[in-house]
Structure formats: structure tokens, C-alpha cells
Design a binder for this molecule. Structure first.
Ligand SMILES: [Zn+2]
Length: 213
């Protein structure tokens, strides 16, 4: 065990195994859609107030196994096998108790539109029927402004910026990082999967519509 690794005795093995199955379901879903190229992307499920199950760094998400899912302490020291993007997951869990699962993907429409709209700082999605796939939305006659933050390799700094932006973003279940990709979440893994699929459809539709203008 590494000196700063959380002793396994603190982690409920059954809870970790159950959360890991949600992480694996999200990772395999995203992998099957080619949204996590070249071992990119990461996925997590909240275990309790203290821990989240999170993909380890370097894992091929399309073929993710349980041994590649770690228990990361939400407010604790960095886990030695945590990916560089772990702070972007853990800060969301720390700030928002309703979030139970988070997915991060590098889908092509998310990556392209995040760069196109970076200057505005947000991307408006309006009038699409599939907005109703997001929890709490019951009509197409609405719009959401998806926040866009500039990319930053200092992910602690980026996570702090994201939390500032999300505090005034309403109930939008995701945000874009410019030229990088999408973070999306839900109450449980199955909600995060639905939101991931809805975002990809909406961003693809938006991209085609903008390109046709
Ligand atoms: Zn990424």
C-alpha cells in the first residue's frame, strides 16, 4: 500500500463493488459509442458521503474491469491511482448531494461545439424534444444554457472554476470544457447514462443545424 492510500478497512467492499458495477456500466456504454478514444474519459459513482468509486488512471474504459475502479475519498488526499481529472468528479460530489454518478466523455460534437462557443461561455440548447430526457424537464418549449469553461491542465483550479459556474447554472446536468469534452451527471448511473445519450443526441443535432446555417 502506498503511504497516502486510503486503508481498505475504511472502505465497505460490498458498497465499492456495487458502485463499481455502475461505473463499469457507464464506461462500457460510452466505449460502445466511441466517446472515450485512446483510454480517455472517466466515470464515477458515489458510494456514501465520504467515498466515490472512480475509474483508475490509464484504464481502457470500453473494457473496464472491477480491478480498475478505485475508492477515492471525496474530501481526502489524492488516491495514487486516481486520474488527473479526479478533482472534477470529487468537487461535484462535495458540492451537490443529489449527484450520485458522473460521466466524462470526449464525444466529437461536445468537443467541437465547446470550442466554437467558448467565447460566449455557454451553449444554448432550445426547443428540442429530447431536452425532456433530462431530469426535471417536461416540455420541449424550454432552453438550457450549458456552461463552457476553458480547458486547464491544473484540474484543481479547473474544478474550482466549474463549481463557481455551476452555482449559477440552475439544474443543467452537465458542462463542457472547451476543445476537450463533456461532464454529465445524474442521481444514479442509469440517469447519467440517459443524460449522456441525450447530450450526445442534442449536441449532434445542434452541430448539424449550426453547420447548415
Ligand atoms: Zn477528459
Amino acid at each position: 500500500m502506498h503511504a497516502n492510500e486510503t486503508p481498505l478497512s475504511f472502505v465497505d467492499a460490498a458498497l465499492l463493488s456495487e458502485a463499481a458495477s455502475g461505473v463499469i456500466a457507464m464506461a462500457h456504454f460510452a466505449g460502445s459509442r466511441h466517446w472515450v478514444p485512446a483510454t480517455s474519459g472517466n466515470f464515477s459513482v458515489r458510494m456514501d458521503e465520504r467515498f466515490a468509486a472512480l475509474t483508475a488512471t490509464g484504464a481502457d474504459k470500453a473494457r473496464l474491469t472491477e480491478s480498475e475502479v478505485i475508492a477515492a475519498e471525496i474530501l481526502g488526499p489524492k488516491h495514487p491511482r486516481a486520474s488527473a481529472e479526479a478533482p472534477l468528479h470529487l468537487a461535484r460530489y462535495a458540492s451537490t448531494p443529489a449527484i450520485g454518478a458522473i460521466a466524462h466523455i470526449h464525444s466529437l460534437p461536445a468537443t467541437l461545439l465547446s470550442r466554437r462557443h467558448e467565447k460566449a461561455g455557454f451553449l444554448r440548447l432550445e426547443g428540442w424534444e429530447l431536452l425532456k430526457a433530462f431530469s426535471g424537464i417536461t416540455t420541449h418549449a424550454t432552453s438550457i444554457d450549458v456552461p463552457i469553461v476553458p480547458n486547464d491542465q491544473d484540474t484543481d483550479r479547473l474544478a474550482a472554476l466549474v463549481e463557481t459556474r455551476m452555482a449559477s447554472a440552475g439544474s443543467v446536468p452537465g458542462y463542457l470544457i472547451a476543445g476537450h469534452g463533456l461532464y454529465v451527471w445524474g442521481a444514479r448511473a442509469k440517469d447519467a447514462i440517459r443524460h449522456m445519450e441525450a447530450f450526445d443526441f442534442l449536441l449532434t443535432a445542434q452541430m448539424h443545424e449550426e453547420n447548415a446555417r
